[in-house]
Design a protein. Structure first.
Length: 148
C-alpha cells in the first residue's frame, strides 16, 4: 500500500492506494493544510497524548509498511527511499509513485485541489468525498490505474 496526502490550499487528507489493484481508501478526517504530513499520517505529534486513533499509521498491520516519501522517514510504519536500495526496489518505488501521481491527477482534474476553496470546511470534505467516489467509479469501470 502506498500512503500519501492530497493537499489543497485549505485542507488535506491521506489516501491509501493499494499497489496490487486499482483501489484506494480515504483516511482521516480532513486536516488543515498547514498540518505536516507526518502529523496527519501518525494522527498527531509524538508528544501528543490524544492522537487520532483513525490515523493511517494505526491502520497498518504489524510488520507491514507503506511506501512514503521523506516526510515519513521517522515513522516505523513507512518505508522511504534509501541510497542502498536495490535497482529492483528503486524501479518498483518509481512505478508505485508514478501510479499514485496518476491518481492525484484524476482528483486535480476536478479543480478542488488546485483552486482555493472558499465555501467552508464541511462542504470541502463533502466535495472531496464526492470526487473520491467519482474517481473510484471511473477506475472500476474502464479506466483503472496501470499495474506496478
Amino acid at each position: 500500500m502506498m500512503g500519501q496526502d492530497l493537499v489543497s490550499s485549505e485542507h488535506c487528507c491521506f489516501l491509501e492506494l493499494q499497489y496490487n489493484d486499482s483501489s484506494f481508501s480515504k483516511f482521516n478526517n480532513t486536516f488543515k493544510a498547514s498540518a505536516s504530513e507526518s502529523k496527519v499520517f501518525n494522527g498527531g505529534r509524538k508528544k501528543d497524548k490524544d492522537k487520532d486513533p483513525n490515523a493511517l499509521a494505526n491502520k497498518i498491520p504489524e510488520g507491514k509498511k507503506v511506501l512514503g516519501d521523506s516526510a515519513l522517514r521517522s515513522s516505523k510504519k513507512a518505508s522511504t527511499r534509501k541510497t542502498g536500495n536495490s535497482h529492483k526496489m528503486k524501479h518498483f518505488r518509481s512505478r508505485a509513485q508514478g501510479r499514485q501521481e496518476t491518481l492525484f491527477k484524476r482528483f486535480k482534474t476536478f479543480g478542488i485541489l488546485e483552486q482555493r476553496f472558499r465555501h467552508g470546511y464541511e462542504l470541502h470534505k463533502m466535495v472531496l468525498d464526492a470526487v473520491a467516489v467519482i474517481v473510484q467509479y471511473d477506475m472500476e469501470n474502464g479506466h483503472p490505474l496501470f499495474d506496478v
